[in-house]
Design a protein around this ligand. Structure first.
Ligand code: AMP
Length: 190
């Protein structure tokens, strides 16, 4: 199995590059943010529990997130591998993911971190705002999520660096050039 974790703050191009990875390697894509949003939309019990947290851009507790992630993996028994997008965001989540993958006879193959600094992200948001005419409220939440990434999620990177699996990729430039760097990293473990 080929299992990839993709990291990056909001606006780093994770969505675009995840799609490129799906098209190239035919993996199942699990975006925990998307799964939570689907639960909220469908008004499930889980959706009701996490609605406020997502609205405020704060992290959902690990226990809830980990069991949801395991359910999503189990829904895809035929998958050739997974792209984990938006998960793990804490070290306990990373440890739980390793333990779970070991249990089902697989492991994380490679970790890709899209590197885009905060000034560039703010520039991209300002640009997007001009085009999409987003409300200030939406902008505040986006800034909060960027802050979550740089204060919390980045602490997961050393966990994978210690395992020798982390590839930091410059996320500024042409989409196809960035993907070429990602594919090179992935191909080292294929
Ligand atoms: P995203 O679309 O990945 O930015 O996720 C949107 C929101 O979902 C986040 O701001 C969190 O509230 C929640 N979320 C997504 N993934 C996780 C995770 N791994 N741990 C905790 N909360 C998460």
């Amino acid at each position: 199995m080929l299992n990839i974790v993709i990291f990056g703050p909001p606006g780093a191009g994770k969505g675009t590059q995840s799609q490129n990875l799906i098209d190239t390697y035919h993996l199942a894509h699990i975006s925990t943010g998307d799964v939570f949003r689907a639960h909220i939309k469908n008004e499930t019990d889980l959706g009701k529990k996490v609605k406020e947290l997502l609205a405020n851009g704060v992290l959902v507790p690990d226990s809830i997130t980990i069991s949801m992630l395991e359910e999503e993996v189990k829904k895809n028994p035929e998958a050739k591998g997974f792209i984990f997008d938006g998960f793990p965001r804490t070290v306990p989540q990373a440890e739980a993911l390793d333990a779970f993958l070991t249990k089902i006879g697989t492991a994380i193959s490679v970790v890709v971190a899209l590197d885009v600094d905060q000034d560039e992200l703010k520039r991209r948001i300002a640009e997007r705002k001009k085009i999409e005419n987003r409300a200030d409220d939406a902008e505040d939440k986006l800034l909060k999520r960027i802050d979550e990434y740089f204060t919390k999620t980045v602490h997961v990177l050393p966990y994978y660096k210690n395992q020798g699996k982390l590839h930091s990729i410059n996320g500024i430039g042409k989409v196809e050039d960035i993907f070429a760097s990602i594919a090179k990293a992935v191909n080292t473990v294929k």
